[in-house]
Design a protein around this ligand. Structure first.
Ligand SMILES: [Zn+2]
Length: 253
């Protein structure tokens, strides 16, 4: 499996794109920075986006991904997410106020956008991938994803505070190659992390004790203002096989 990191931060400054990963060139996991990171030629190949939750740092490039490619011949985008996330995008993003409702444009019969509801913990197929959504513990309905192709499986937590079911599922995955987990705030902002449903290095450390598999763990989601501090605190954990994702890098699993 090939994963290109388009953005791996929980906020946006010039060198930090927001959360989005391109899997095998055509499927995006979250969409915080798709239109900012990919050329038009690359964007038009993205036909499927799997969305973990409605927060803007995971969705804000969707309107521009569609707008940029609306008139490209044959372009159709399918957004896959659980029911609550689809409902939120309908109500708050593609609502003809924030942005046009592309699910009925250019017309109802051949819309450029399809919103596809996915089940919880049952595999669904997206362009050669088998994906399972697993609920995590954030302040809005959110799922992580277990993503499998012919070569291996990668698990992505999305935004979460301490959680259990995700780790139970991950521990049973066959051919697990890596786990991607969030770490948004430094330890001194633990209260803020708690009320906003995020991890700090110290709660990450507790979470990683739930992982019973010896695979590399990659971190994403740092708030740009705090990233140096988060890095130092993660280094101090002295855990092996733990690293930060590098924006722009392509990982092969
Ligand atoms: Zn979030």
């Amino acid at each position: 499996m090939k994963i290109r990191v388009l953005g791996c931060f929980g906020g946006n400054v010039p060198e930090c794109g927001m959360t989005s990963f391109l899997v095998n060139d055509t499927v995006c996991l979250d969409a915080g920075f798709v239109s900012g990171a990919l050329s038009l030629r690359e964007q038009v190949k993205v036909k499927d986006v799997v969305i973990s939750h409605s927060h803007l740092d995971h969705t804000c490039s969707l309107p521009f991904l569609i707008d940029n490619n609306f008139s490209a011949p044959g372009f159709i985008l399918r957004i896959h997410a659980i029911r609550e996330v689809i409902a939120s995008m309908k109500a708050h993003l593609f609502n003809n106020q924030t942005w046009p409702d592309f699910t009925c444009l250019p017309n109802d019969l051949t819309p450029v956008l399809k919103l596809v509801e996915v089940p919880i913990e049952k595999p669904f197929r997206v362009n050669g991938l088998s994906i399972r959504a697993v609920r995590v513990s954030h302040i809005v309905p959110t799922t992580g994803f277990v993503v499998e192709d012919k070569t291996g499986t990668v698990a992505y937590s999305s935004d979460t505070a301490p959680t259990d079911r995700f780790w139970e599922v991950v521990n049973k995955v066959g051919n697990l190659k890596a786990v991607i987990v969030e770490t948004s705030f430094p330890n001194e902002l633990q209260d803020l992390a708690n009320v906003s449903g995020h991890l700090t290095p110290q709660t990450l450390d507790t979470e990683l004790k739930k992982l019973k598999r010896d695979v590399p763990v990659y971190l994403y989601g740092a708030k740009p203002r705090h990233r140096a501090r988060i890095r130092a605190q993660v280094r101090a954990l002295k855990r092996r096989r733990l690293a930060f994702l590098v924006q722009g890098k392509t990982y092969k699993f």
